[in-house]
Write a protein that binds this ligand. Structure first.
Ligand code: PLP
Length: 411
């Protein structure tokens, strides 16, 4: 069995038909499938260790606590954080960004300050900053994307001009979920640091696909979701440099995050507990641990090479189709494992609906990126996104199906 066939065998959901057709799952930027190792870790927790963490002195609670704490240490190692205390468990990227905006933002932003983001942000890294700008009187500014079909990525000259002393934080995506652009994270963080701004890196689309080292990148905060990297839904991580997290006040309160409560006053635990009010997602953290082990056993550099080879193959084949407009960078090295495209005369929702009849899972729409789509003059695009279990043959099936659909619509 080839190594790709072995990898595919690890994912039970892949082995099903959609109608008469074998499933071709190309919607990995939305969520990934889960390997048996992750499903087993979740089942084992519920079958053997299920208990609440931190407050119990019995065997099951201690085992659950050990599993939860080990997951935090594993997450720190996965991104090369200096200390497990720099890992806050959240529900995902969206909650991680909201935490920073609501806690750090509310305390540190005032009128005259600038929050800098980019035109390629997912709504998760846009709306929370809009809200906190409205609350604090800070100004929200955008680094433009440049070039035909946004192919040139972020305009770095514009970035340097926008990085004035008023910028308090620069929050940007590592990989655009709409364009597939890989932003040079370490370079962008260095530019921001030179200008005196903190940085938040949205790693939702990169964490499961390539090695990430927060110290090499030099970001102050990093946000990601478990479900896009073979882990369960409902669990994610906010990484923050320890001194920043310790200086931030809780954004939610309740059990688990307090040091001492009086009737009219409360003191809080240090980070990360101060940001994890209530019963945490214990099984999610344990599943995430298994996902990280799984990805590292495959090898993250190999995953990155696999995904981008598939994207390059797809891009070349798609470029042959009539009336197509492909978004994102032309150079393979600047592009991740997803391809976003639009046809002149066929709406993305029609493409996705018809492709589904051939067993192909694609995504069509604005990809939570409405302002960018408006700038590009597109109502929607179709997105094919690849992961560790996808095969070159699946791209051939996609292209065949697209040709059939285009013919049906007279294109
Ligand atoms: N940021 C990017 C770049 C994304 O692609 C997504 C999800 O697609 C998110 C943030 C939000 O992730 P979640 O819905 O898991 O919080």
């Amino acid at each position: 069995m080839s190594s790709l066939a072995r990898t595919r065998a690890d994912f039970p959901t892949l082995h099903q038909n959609v109608g008469p057709h074998p499933l071709v799952y190309l919607d990995n930027a939305a969520t990934s499938h889960k390997p048996r190792a992750v499903i087993d870790a979740l089942a084992r927790y519920y079958e053997c260790d299920n208990s609440n963490v931190h407050r119990g002195l019995h065997a099951l609670s201690m085992r659950a606590t050990d599993g939860f704490d080990a997951a935090r240490a594993r997450a720190a190692k996965f991104i090369n954080a200096a200390d497990p205390a720099e890992i806050v468990f959240t529900r995902g990227t969206t909650e991680s960004i909201n935490l920073v905006a609501q806690s750090w933002g509310a305390a540190n932003l005032r009128p005259g300050d600038v929050i800098l983001i980019t035109e390629m942000e997912h709504h998760s890294n846009l709306v929370p900053w809009q809200q906190i700008a409205q609350r604090t009187g800070a100004t929200l500014r955008y680094v433009p994307v440049a070039g035909e079909n946004a192919q040139h990525g972020l305009d770095l000259d514009a970035l340097d001009k926008l990085l004035t002393p008023e910028v308090k934080i620069f929050a940007f995506t590592h990989i655009s979920n709409t364009l597939g652009t890989i932003n040079p994270a370490a370079d962008l963080c260095a530019r921001a640091r030179k200008a005196g701004a903190l940085t938040l890196l949205d790693a939702a689309q990169s964490i499961g696909h390539e090695p990430l080292d927060v110290r090499a990148i030099g970001c102050d905060f990093l946000a990601f979701s478990g479900h896009k990297m073979c882990g369960p839904t409902g669990i994610g991580v906010l990484y923050g440099r320890r001194e920043l997290l310790d200086a931030m006040t809780p954004w939610q309160s309740g059990g688990g995050m307090i040091a001492n409560v009086e009737y009219f006053n409360t003191t809080y635990k240090p980070s990360p507990e101060r940001f994890e009010a209530g019963t945490p997602d214990v099984s999610g953290a344990i599943g995430l641990h298994a996902a990280m082990d799984y990805l590292d056993a495959l090898g993250r550099p190999l995953i990155a090479a696999h995904d981008s080879a598939l994207a390059a193959q797809a891009r070349a084949a798609l470029a042959e189709l009539p009336g197509i407009r492909i978004l994102g960078p032309l150079q393979n090295s600047k592009r991740s494992g997803l391809v976003s495209f639009a046809f002149k005369d066929v709406h993305a929702h029609d493409i996705v609906t018809f492709a589904d009849q051939d067993g192909i899972a694609l995504r069509g729409g604005h990809h939570c990126n409405q302002p960018l789509m408006r700038k590009l003059g597109l109502p929607s695009t179709t997105r094919a996104s690849f992961y560790v279990y996808n095969t070159p043959e699946e791209i051939d099936i996609l292209i065949k199906s697209l040709r059939k659909i285009l013919k049906f619509f007279g294109s």
